[in-house]
Design a protein around this ligand. Structure first.
Ligand SMILES: [Mg+2]
Length: 265
């Protein structure tokens, strides 16, 4: 997908974590959570799963940008009369955490490894669900680089994109690339699962792709097609030993991702 290399950002970034040896960046929806909150809203409150999957496939094939497809999904929720607060309440009730994430996060924190959420979702929804799932303290510590929302006086709402001129809406590579410019860049781990992670897939040192039971393994399909090396993982408890082995210097990134054909071990 052709795109500008450095799209202008309409939203601020948190400071880059300098002098770290390792940094974790992770997608939120369907990666740190067990289901994608935007998909969930679209399927249950918006135009439904079939139309959403049509849009997802158009993004995968390059027929449509992620930005436009994702906006359509969310507009269908607002157009059906569902307020942003109603969505927040629903998601706080129904969105669950990956079973291994708390332990993974605690280990990263104890080992001075920042964890940054890089999401195409809207920050206020992520904060609301995150604080509900991991508690206020951890939720406040975790940087979130996401999109935002505009709520209108009549109750309608629109996604506010971080990179409105980019076909990604939020070009996740822009959260990764500043680390490359540091004098002593850290090893970057990126975790993702879906079409929203396509913009990040090529830029991490070690890409973890979540395998899900619902058959919506869009990032895995993309990486296979584009021959992007990655590690498949079912939940964060399975990813933790892999990260630990790299951090301990027992295995190199190259050793972890081989063989390419099945996504490594
Ligand atoms: Mg996702």
């Amino acid at each position: 997908m052709a795109d500008t290399p450095h799209p202008a950002s309409a939203l601020p970034y948190p400071p880059v974590h300098k002098d770290k040896k390792f940094v974790v960046l992770s997608d939120w929806d369907g990666t740190i959570t067990t289901r994608d909150s935007n998909d969930y809203m679209t399927d249950n409150l918006g135009y439904g799963r079939d139309k959403r999957r049509e849009g997802n496939m158009k993004v995968l094939t390059g027929e449509m940008t992620f930005r436009d497809s994702f906006r359509d999904m969310l507009e269908s929720v607002s157009a059906n009369g569902h307020t942003f607060e109603e969505c927040k309440t629903l998601l706080r009730r129904d969105i669950k955490l990956d079973p291994g994430f708390k332990e993974f996060y605690a280990w990263c924190k104890a080992n001075d490894i920042p964890v940054i959420i890089v999401s195409s979702g809207m920050a206020p929804l992520i904060r609301a669900v995150l604080s509900n799932l991991v508690g206020e303290e951890a939720a406040d510590e975790i940087d979130i680089i996401a999109n935002d929302v505009t709520v209108h006086p009549d109750g309608k709402w629109d996604i506010q994109y971080r990179h409105p001129d980019s076909g990604f809406g939020h070009d996740k590579s822009q959260a990764i690339l500043p680390y490359r410019d540091l004098p002593d860049p850290p090893t970057l781990f990126f975790f993702g699962d879906g079409v929203s992670d396509i913009s990040a897939a090529r830029h991490a040192d070690l890409l973890f792709v979540k395998v899900k039971g619902d058959g919506e393994n869009d990032l895995a399909a993309y990486c296979k097609r584009e021959n992007i090396r990655h590690v498949l993982f079912e939940d964060f408890s399975k990813a933790l030993p892999v990260v630990q082995s790299v951090v301990a210097g027992e295995r190199t990134v190259a050793q972890v991702v081989l063989p390419v054909s099945d996504g490594g071990s």
